[in-house]
Design a protein around this ligand. Structure first.
Ligand SMILES: *Cc1c(COP(=O)(O)O)cnc(C)c1O
Length: 351
């Protein structure tokens, strides 16, 4: 892959207010682009982050043939840049692509395009505590054609945005039993636009009632919990860490997978099994549930404070310092920021 580079005249880095990074309020200076035409990828380039030219007949705008990924780069104390498990995102990206009838982007290219872009935007990887550079690869059909069929032309892009802490306080979530995010046989496991567009309305309704997020339940019976917003879910019940299994309705989170591996390594008792809403409500009623948290790249580990279900609100007791979620967060962050040995081979260091 030969990449053409066109640099910005002037960096926007001087305009960043580092004391208030938010989440992707600031984009880095450059982006990566590649085109797919006649059955192959070409025209690999790094350009200033700029608007695209799109036909109003672009099929993606009408039919949503588009997928994305999300991963982060961190800076260690030696000012080296560490990327967390990009190979997992590469694999998942292509799994999403296949489900959406899109071409795959070779994993080697996926990793290389991220590293080459980060070499150019390396000053954008922040060094403050809990901050990172969020990396957003995406791909969509570029055909200008009002008719439904898989596209012939695609574009693969990577943009980056600065990320501070995501949720600054524990979150309130509502168990959703009317609307559905994903059904068996559908596209729930794919990071594709349809899942997020369909989730907006129920999420906004829940926000009106003071919730940050929803806990999605299975689309068939609304009986088992699946995941939450853009996070996978974990529960600590009777001192066991429990997370729902994957399947085609749940996104296979890199954070979820890392937590499962870390838990086993730390000797935390972990179970991967279905959890019913009834079990959660019962264990809230009898105080056997000690922790609930979401896990995803953007938020890392987000402790859940309140769960709403059928007009009732249940409160999770305040977490102790040695809670399972804070132990996992510390141990995950120490790997991400290069403070402990990378014993699972999760870090790709930029050289
Ligand atoms: C991205 C995402 C997650 C979390 O995946 P990570 O790889 O851990 O960031 C979970 N659920 C949904 C629906 C997502 O889009």
């Amino acid at each position: 892959m030969k990449i053409n580079v066109k640099r910005v005249r002037e960096s926007k880095l001087t305009k960043v207010n580092f004391s208030d990074l938010g989440f992707c309020k600031y984009h880095s200076d450059h982006m990566f682009i590649a085109d797919y035409e006649d059955g192959k990828w070409s025209n690999f380039r790094i350009t200033p982050h700029e608007d695209l030219n799109l036909s109003p007949a672009c099929t993606t705008l009408h039919y949503g043939q588009t997928i994305f990924e999300g991963l982060k780069a961190y800076k260690n104390k030696k000012d080296e840049i560490l990327i967390f498990r990009p190979d997992k995102n590469a694999t998942r990206f292509n799994k999403s692509a296949q489900r959406m009838c899109m071409p795959t982007f070779p994993e080697k290219y996926f990793i290389q395009s991220i590293t080459e872009l980060l070499k150019i935007d390396k000053r954008w990887v922040p060094s403050q505590e809990n901050s990172s550079l969020y990396i957003r690869p995406l791909m969509f059909a570029m055909d200008s054609y009002i008719g439904i069929k898989p596209g012939d032309k695609y574009v693969f892009i990577i943009i980056c945005g600065l990320a501070g802490g995501y949720y600054s306080e524990p979150v309130n979530v509502k168990i959703e039993t009317k609307f559905t995010r994903a059904v068996s046989g559908g596209v729930g496991f794919s990071k594709t636009a349809a899942n997020y567009a369909a989730a907006l309305y129920p999420s906004v309704e829940a926000q009106k009632d003071g919730f940050h997020q929803l806990i999605w339940t299975d689309g068939k019976e609304h009986k088992y919990v699946e995941e939450s917003g853009t996070m996978n879910l974990f529960f600590v019940i009777d001192n066991k860490l429990i997370t729902p299994p994957l399947g085609d309705t749940v996104l296979d989170g890199v954070t979820r997978d890392s937590i499962i591996i870390l838990s086993k390594d730390l000797g935390i008792d972990i179970e991967i099994r279905k959890i019913s809403v009834d079990e959660i409500i019962n264990s809230l009623d009898n105080n056997s549930i000690k922790e609930v948290f979401g896990a995803g790249t953007a938020a890392t580990i987000a402790p859940i404070k309140t769960i709403g279900y059928k007009n009732k609100k249940y409160h999770i007791p305040q977490l102790s310092r040695d809670s399972i979620s804070s132990t996992l967060l510390k141990s995950l962050n120490s790997i991400k920021y290069g403070e402990t040995e990378d014993k699972f081979g999760w870090i790709l260091k930029l050289n």
